[in-house]
Write a protein that binds this ligand. Structure first.
Ligand SMILES: O=C(O)CCC(=O)C(=O)O
Length: 265
């Protein structure tokens, strides 16, 4: 569980870094990461652009078990409550820069991104950059960023490239875990052609089923019978199921409303 100081840090600045939290597991985690991409013929990374797989940890039973790990579960429970939802995962080989953006502008629920970077990264080679405090969506700072920093706006409005926007660079050693609020502005500059990273996304429970339905359909990206992958569901114990049940209750709706999407192959 997080300390009171960690909770204050997260709510004030919008992110937390857990140095070495998963150091003892990083060998198998990296091996499993590598195994997922060859499962899909269209997902062989050639370095020319980002290669991304959604429902990522869901493809492998061992990666799915990260949700059950007391360290990950403790972070989610502390920040989201013990009935938190698992809201999906993506795995990536990044190529080049990621410009400034938040993942959401959400006032209703807290959504967390839990990021595992599998390379040693600093300011020179693509470490995550964050703008502390930018997650407060009704704040003047957030509004200024939306206009003057988002994507490449700093070039026009501030006369500086994205990499010169004053930011905290969150250096990474494999085994570190970086957690941030989806509303937080973040970016990465100077990375190579194969920066490896995957995420788990978790949220507070939804209070409105229609809002949940539109969220999962919007984030579907491809056709499948359930928002979650088969390995995630098949290996779920009752404790994990608590974090899947609210979304799984919408499986029929999800399948029906995403039937026109392409299949990931
Ligand atoms: O590491 C990166 O390039 C940025 C990651 C990111 O934008 C995200 O996970 O939302």
């Amino acid at each position: 569980m997080l300390s009171e100081q960690q909770l204050h840090f997260f709510h004030t600045f919008g992110y937390l870094k857990f140095s070495g939290l998963m150091k003892d597991e990083i060998g198998w985690i990296t091996e499993e990461f590598t195994q997922v991409f060859p499962m899909f013929a269209s997902k062989i990374h050639d370095g020319t652009k980002r290669t991304s797989i959604v429902a990522f940890i869901d493809q492998r039973e061992k990666l799915s078990s990260l949700i059950d790990d007391p360290r990950i579960n403790g972070i989610c429970t502390s920040l989201l409550g013990d009935d938190f939802n698992y809201m999906g995962s993506d795995g990536n080989y990044y190529s080049g820069n990621t410009t400034w953006h938040p993942d959401d502008n959400n006032r209703e629920r807290l959504h967390l991104k839990i990021a595992f970077y599998l390379d040693e990264l600093d300011h020179s080679n693509g470490a995550l950059r964050v703008l502390p405090g930018s997650h407060h969506v009704d704040d003047r700072f957030n509004h200024d960023l939306r206009e003057k920093v988002f994507h490449k706006a700093s070039e026009k409005y501030l006369g500086i490239p994205g990499e010169d926007v004053p930011a905290v660079v969150v250096d990474n050693v494999p085994g570190d875990v970086l957690v941030f609020n989806h509303n937080l502005y973040h970016s990465a500059f100077g990375g190579g052609k194969s920066r490896r990273m995957f995420t788990l996304n978790c949220s507070q429970r939804f209070t409105d089923v229609e809002v949940l339905r539109s969220y999962i359909v919007k984030n579907a990206h491809f056709k499948r019978p359930s928002y979650y992958g088969q390995a995630m569901i098949a290996s779920a114990n009752p404790q994990r199921m608590k974090h899947l049940e609210q979304v799984m209750a919408q499986d029929d709706f999800f399948a029906e409303h995403t039937s026109d999407l392409p299949v990931m192959a």
